[in-house]
Design a protein around this ligand. Structure first.
Ligand SMILES: [Zn+2]
Length: 505
């Protein structure tokens, strides 16, 4: 059953002048509607007027308090120009990647407002899926679909994972394979086909629910199988079998153009930019700052560098992501320089490695730290009056707290950092020998200036002899590198698919 009508004309919902950015598509039982998006200094912003029309929000401008209140029924969020923090009814703070911005007569908010502020206020499910630029509202079926390729010479295997489970109907139409999935829309993210494979030239999702695989000149036949899949995902593998010999170029040109499938040109989901392209690994301490020292002589600066190097090669070999190290030798590096390096290189993830020390020799295990906004806020309150900011709250009054410059950068990434910490914790649980793993949010000054998701990872206690022995072993060091790499894969998957990350508080 497909309740979705044809695409509405892409006129701006509010009747405003056309915008330059690509639209998001709001997908609900009622159909599809475009939500125009404007690019402001690298941030995708949507108009509060458009959001108000689409989601029945009430927008109230309070010029005395220099604030804009967005309400849905009895729930509110108060936004302030030039503030990337906003307060929700109930006292909760949310962070946005960019502040409320005025453009002409309109107020703009970053599109993350939809998942971070609108979704918690709304009665029905609201999900923002950046990969397919969809905002899913209410009870519509939009499975996530990923593809992986495995080229074994004679056969190219494409393995699709579909969450929640659905079984596609596969048909061949001339030199295309079509996979139709029972769904209202697809949230699809496909890597480009392996180059020079000859059996498959392109893959894309077309609205509403079909995946099209363009077959190459070496395509002979296909077969499908259903590999065992884990959890909520259905897996389906399609093997594209190649012809015995490569086909010469000449006959290809004479192949008649196949009929367009479907008959009318349909918008294609663009290949999105991968969310994690550069990672900075920070080996803690160095030079004349050895950090914690174990009873048998292992120093924190040596163990952090050893693990950093293993982690770098695991990430580079398995994920092909660029890795930068804050240090690759025994050098002293300033704390601010470590974070600046990540910021200056536009890193997408910052992982700082440390080992712990305790006066209590029995203390053991690993801990993953991310910045805690609530504690930062408390901490900030104690700072000088000079940097005070006032954040108005709904119903009058205001809450006052200071935001010093170093806090602002990490404040927009706290959800992702917390999510990443949890992913590392999950993956570490299987690491042999590790006594315990905990996750901690704390006002980490070392992370506060990082303008990307960031964690600080205490890998064990050098003050404990058993942990020291573990930290010295290649097996344990490799185990840690693998666990963090797996967590990066999971984080990338979440970010690419816009999966909700845990709330800031
Ligand atoms: Zn340390």
């Amino acid at each position: 059953m497909y309740l979705l009508g044809p695409l509405l004309l892409a006129s701006a919902v509010s009747g405003q002048a056309p915008t330059t950015g690509a639209s998001l598509t709001i997908l609900s039982r009622e159909g599809r509607r475009p939500l125009p998006v404007v690019d402001v200094q690298g941030h995708q912003m949507a108009g509060l007027d458009d959001l108000s029309n689409l989601f029945q929000l009430t927008i109230r401008e309070d010029s005395a308090a220099n604030a804009v209140t967005v309400s849905y029924k009895t729930r509110t969020v108060v936004l302030t120009p030039d503030q990337s923090l906003a307060s929700m009814s109930g006292g909760r703070l949310i962070s946005l990647p960019a502040p409320l911005t005025r453009q002409g007569r309109r107020w703009l908010v970053p599109v993350e407002f939809i998942s971070r502020a609108l979704a918690p206020m709304y009665d029905t499910r609201v999900e923002f899926r950046p990969a397919s630029r969809l905002v899913v509202v209410g009870d519509v079926r939009v499975p996530r679909i990923t593809a992986q390729y495995e080229d074994s010479g004679g056969t190219l295997r494409i393995t699709f994972e579909i969450t929640p489970k659905a079984a596609p109907v596969i048909t061949q139409d001339q030199n295309r394979l079509l996979l139709r999935v029972e769904a209202d829309a697809l949230d699809a993210l496909f890597p480009p086909p392996p180059s020079q494979n000859g059996v498959m030239t392109a893959i894309r999702a077309v609205e509403p629910n079909t995946i099209v695989i363009e077959l190459g000149p070496r395509f002979a036949s296909y077969r499908t199988s259903t590999p065992v899949s884990s959890g909520a995902a259905a897996a389906i593998a399609i093997d594209l079998v190649t012809t015995a010999a490569p086909v010469a170029a000449a006959p290809v040109a004479s192949v008649p153009e196949p009929p367009a499938v479907p008959a009318t040109p349909l918008p294609v989901f663009g290949a999105p930019r991968p969310s994690i392209r550069t990672i900075v690994i920070d080996a803690g301490h160095g030079g004349d700052d050895p950090g914690v020292k174990g009873a048998s002589g292992l120093t924190e600066k040596d163990v952090t560098l050893a693990v950093a190097r293993r982690l770098r090669s695991t990430i580079e070999n398995r994920l092909g992501i660029r890795v930068l190290m804050t240090r690759d030798d025994d050098a002293r590096i300033d704390a601010d320089a470590r974070v600046s390096m990540a910021n200056n290189n536009k890193a997408d993830l910052f992982v700082s490695l440390h080992a712990n020390g305790s006066p209590r020799p029995s203390a053991r295990g690993a801990a993953i730290f991310s910045l805690g906004l609530d504690k930062v806020e408390e901490d900030a309150r104690r700072q000088s009056q000079a940097n005070r900011e006032v954040l108005p709250v709904y119903g009058g009054g205001s809450r006052e707290f200071s935001l010093v410059e170093w806090e602002l950068a990490q404040a927009s990434h706290i959800e992702e950092s917390t999510a990443f910490a949890a992913l590392v914790e999950q993956r570490l649980k299987d690491t042999a020998g590790l006594a315990a793993v905990s996750i901690v949010t704390a006002p980490m000054r070392s992370l506060a200036g990082a303008n990307m998701p960031a964690i600080s990872f205490e890998m064990g206690y050098l003050s404990n002899p058993e942990d020291e022995k573990l930290l010295r072993s290649a097996e344990f060091q490799n185990g840690i590198a693998l666990a963090v790499t797996d967590a990066i894969v999971a984080l990338r998957d979440r970010l690419d698919h816009g999966q909700a990350v845990p709330a800031a508080q």
